[in-house]
Ligand binder design. Sequence first.
Ligand code: PEP
Ligand code: MG
Length: 581
Amino acid sequence: MKTFTGIPASSGLAIGKALVYAEDENSEIPRFSITRAEISSEWKRLQKALAKAVSELTALHERAGREMNREQADIFQAHLLMLEDDEFHGQLKEGLKKNLKNIEWVVENICGEMRQKLMALPDPIFRERAVDIADVSHRIIHCLYPAAQTRSVLAELNEDVILVAHDLMPSDTLTLDKSRVKGIALDEGSGTCHTAILARAFNIPAVLGLSLVSREVKNGEMIALNGSTGTVTVNPDRQTVESQENERKIQNKQIDELSALRELPAETTDGRRVTLKANIGLPEEAAGALHYGAEGIGLYRSEFLFIGPGRDAGEEIQFLAYSQVLKIMGKLPVTIRTVDLGGDKVIPGFQTTSEKNPLLGWRAIRLSLASPELFKVQLRAILRAGVSGNARIMFPMISGIEEVEQALALLDEARAECVKKGQPCAETIETGVMIEIPSAAAIADILAEKSAFFSIGTNDLIQYSLAVDRGNEKVGYLGDYHHPAVLRFLRHTIDAAHKQGIKAAMCGELAGDPSATALLLGLGLDEFSMTASAIPRIKKIIRGTSLESCKKLAAEALNGRSIAEVRAVVQAWTADSEKIP
Ligand code: PEP
Ligand code: MG
């Protein structure tokens, strides 16, 4: 038995067999020379692999037809057409004869060239096709060379597993077989990286930042994973298994007790009423948000529509997805964040340009403003879906007022385009900004003039204020909300919102962190948006405390001169009052 300790990233317990997943990048594609006489045997191998890929895709296409909308299912149809395309076969044969290399290498090479040509074209449609080619080539290569595990392996599993990996791309997490993956253990990552956020959204227990776990665990070994304490035990003894089972019973009881709060308001003992909303990444999560008592969607991460092999979110797909969420939520507000791609959220095979500092690079609103036509596709889809409910638009990664003005001008253009086409669209739509860059927090008073609301993204605000990469487990410990600089940014942002008469919300992970609830109440936060399953617990804390005591706590915390001093104040409050269920 061996125990690893990491970052508790998604609560819950799981016991099961390890599936050790090697990423594409790590699983090298073999490369060797062949003789002319070997061409025909390589060609036969390819035919066999193509047949296997066709049968996999046919099954996926059928499944998608049942579980997704038509446009999404059609993506697999397009992949099938490519696999069966004579011209594509001809190119591969030519490549094989010309290069005299093994067929895996030829497939990678030919598809790589095709992708590069498409990526160089200005029309985004061609870049989307490049993503499809990447997906198809991965599939063929892994049918040829099964030793390399791929994300297609993760998408369809035939037994329950605990997934162990060095790291996962958000697209891996998004497409993995959620009915089979009972837990996730990663070498990399932190509590606020996107894999952690998705694991929580899917209620999959996860421990991240384990450093070496993927090298130390072997496929098939038994694992006991505790996503609440951050421990992963390999080959657990009977005692460990039993104590984990007992803990599971206690946790289930707590969940039942908390669900009784569903209909009650999030109100302190002295009458301060705040709003609790849910963060979602997929339309399917909206129903879960209502189940946990969310009073709206405070953050719909629309970029997850684009992430995932073969995803192609044109205006109609987006329109359908936003409409679906709005209809499920009825009159409750749904805050759709315009795409926040870039940074650690990349489309496989799309953003291959190597930026030295992707987190400081071409991300979010910067990407949208640089591609106004693509941005307007999203804005039109939101405006049109807006007739189905109470939609709001939120712009991510705003660093200055110019970006807000440009985004609003494009929104006007998008509206005019809908009107011109005679498409019904929301007459008015509130627009707000995320406060997640220190410069935005510093000029919150200016941004408030152009915003109907603020939503504080603490995941990035902490990352950028403290210069700590949120996905890097080596420096993750520095990303601490108790830092006095973070508190000052929060206070300044909330005060600026209130001065302008607008609401200050928070949709970073801190909003769902029970240790911070009293502090945030005391700082005057109006809305907390979090993983839906965290809502009942946060509500219980709010209902058990007074605003008065929270204000005192916040004042004392703001006097702290160091992380340690602030933490001591916050910890004294939580320990003393025993208010955290
Ligand atoms: C944040 O930065 O706090 C946030 C909510 O956005 P994301 O986690 O998607 O970057
Ligand atoms: Mg962010």
